[in-house]
Design a protein around this ligand. Structure first.
Ligand SMILES: [Zn+2]
Ligand SMILES: [Zn+2]
Length: 109
């Protein structure tokens, strides 16, 4: 898989918090290009949860209220679990991931 396919697979997950159309957050972005993590290290977030007032680059309220997604490492783990299970064809509805980002969470945004 090349990096372009990987990034489109990750953004197709939708926002980790609400499932809306996502853009990609790079851990440590905003600290200058030399600090920027690899493109393989990306997290799908909608514009609001990425750059909005309560988003990652805002005060992060939305992340503190969410279960198990208060750090970038938590979110990367979810992305990795999802992409690996997709590639190995072992994706299951009860693997925990869908409970976290399923449409059921959309209402309370
Ligand atoms: Zn970002
Ligand atoms: Zn969102």
């Amino acid at each position: 898989m090349n990096i372009r396919d990987y990034k489109s697979m990750v953004s197709s997950m939708g926002c980790l918090l609400c499932g809306a159309d996502a853009e990609l957050h790079h851990p440590r972005d905003g600290q200058g290009m030399s600090q920027r993590a690899s493109d393989w290290c990306v997290i799908p977030l909608c514009p609001e949860h990425h750059r909005g007032p309560q988003g990652w680059h805002g005060d992060r309220t939305a992340f503190r209220l969410s279960k198990g997604m208060s750090t970038e490492m938590d979110m990367l783990a979810i992305v990795i679990r999802h992409t690996v299970s997709r590639m190995t064809g072992s994706h299951r509805e009860d693997n925990g991931w869908l409970f976290v980002i399923g449409p059921a969470n959309r209402g309370d945004q």
